[in-house]
Design a protein. Structure first.
Length: 136
């Protein structure tokens, strides 16, 4: 959705501004800690994958990644969910308007860890990444 707003704004000549997040240095140690603290599952349910690339449920400490997407997109999605968790641990909810900032940070991590720009593949089924708060 944010991408569509950005493209529409560019086509119509509007300046689109996105909120920024405070700097966050995520290390391999942080990722290992999250992998131990959270259960990471590969979700192959087409209904899930039509709605999400991935989802974090903070209450059950579960990260679900759509397994129907290619491996590179799954890695990128996992990094995206890790960014959500790292901010959540600092008391910062990163849904809604901050989703674009999370995307940018996940792209930075992908470049840092893989030495490649974030993959811009067309997902096979999934259409968005989202997180689930304990209240949901």
């Amino acid at each position: 959705m944010m991408f569509a707003v950005l493209i529409l704004g560019l086509l119509l000549g509007f300046q689109t501004e996105f909120p920024e997040l405070s700097p966050l240095d995520i290390t391999p140690g942080d990722i290992v800690a999250i992998a131990i603290e959270y259960r990471i599952i590969q979700e192959d349910n087409p209904t899930f994958c039509q709605q999400y690339y991935g989802m974090t449920d903070y209450a059950s400490r579960t990260i679900a990644i759509c397994s129907l997407n290619d491996y590179a997109l799954q890695r990128r999605t996992l990094l995206h969910e890790i960014v959500h968790i790292m901010y959540w641990k600092r008391g910062i909810h990163t849904g809604g308007a901050l989703e674009h900032a999370v995307e940018m940070k996940a792209d930075e991590l992908y470049m840092k860890f893989y030495g490649l720009p974030a993959v811009q593949t067309v997902p096979s089924i999934a259409t968005q990444t989202n997180e689930k708060t304990p209240a949901e």
